[in-house]
Write a new protein. Structure first.
Length: 263
């Protein structure tokens, strides 16, 4: 038990990151298309398509066009999806089917370093996808500079948060099919009720309280503040929440993965 609760992480975890980056470069065209085209589809269908029906949306004393309101949500959702799915499905495949983890553990790498490298790689994918999408929404003129550039380090922090909880689920689910449960019970409610497509203030009081537990709620809020160049206290509380969330689930992910792989 003491071995499970102690951690050994050195700079060697970067070798795990490097291995995944090499694989990513070989299929970069496929990985590039999704964050390039996804915001375009969402903006055309929901942003511009629904703007005529919805009109203006209130935010921080401003009346925003719906397409401007939804743009930060698309960036935040991309941060969540890229890290979470990288450290659930992709990590599970490397661990269980490809036996990549077994091969890496035959080297001087520790198990903690393998898992940490996986999570940091998931955060890197979140950063890459955000950078690509940021270029798209910039072309549409939907964000304000220079504040919006702070979204890039925010996306890495968000990637660690959602990658950590993704790896946590990877450590406890019995089979790859069981990922449907955390997606249905955790990811989908956040996707719908975290201030993504409508303000949280429009929900019933009990639902507003529940929404504030979701990390995506705080990520969407922080991203929206940066996209609009609004530097308010809520922005810093949101960043603090993501830091605490990462600080809790990163070590938890190491613990449950060690328990799974050691037994």
């Amino acid at each position: 038990m003491s071995g499970v609760l102690s951690f050994h992480i050195s700079r060697r975890f970067l070798r795990v990151w490097q291995r995944n980056a090499v694989v990513y470069r070989k299929i970069w065209k496929v990985n590039f298309l999704t964050p390039l085209l996804e915001p375009i589809f969402y903006l055309l269908a929901f942003g511009y398509g629904m703007s005529a029906l919805i009109g203006k949306v209130p935010f921080e004393g401003q009346e925003l066009p719906y397409v401007v309101f939804i743009t930060p949500s698309l960036l935040a959702i991309a941060m969540m999806y890229n890290a979470f799915f990288e450290n659930t499905y992709a990590s599970f495949v490397r661990m269980y089917y490809q036996k990549t983890f077994d091969a890496m553990l035959a080297t001087p790498l520790s198990l903690d370093e393998v898992i940490a490298g996986e999570i940091i790689w998931g955060a890197t994918k979140s950063l890459i996808a955000t950078a690509i999408m940021l270029g798209v929404v910039t072309a549409f003129g939907l964000v304000r500079y220079p504040h919006v550039l702070l979204i890039l380090p925010l996306s890495f922090l968000a990637g660690i948060a959602f990658g950590s909880i993704g790896m946590f689920f990877t450590g406890i689910i019995p089979s790859i099919d069981a990922f449907n449960l955390p997606i249905f019970l955790f990811i989908t409610p956040m996707f719908l009720f975290s201030g993504t497509f409508f303000p949280v203030s429009g929900l019933p009081a009990w639902a507003q309280s529940l929404a504030m537990v979701f990390p995506l709620t705080h990520l969407v809020s922080a991203t929206r503040h940066l996209c609009l160049g609004v530097m308010r206290t809520d922005l810093f509380w949101g960043i603090l929440y993501l830091m605490i969330f990462s600080g809790v689930f990163f070590p938890l992910a190491l613990v449950v993965m060690k328990r799974r792989l050691i037994r």
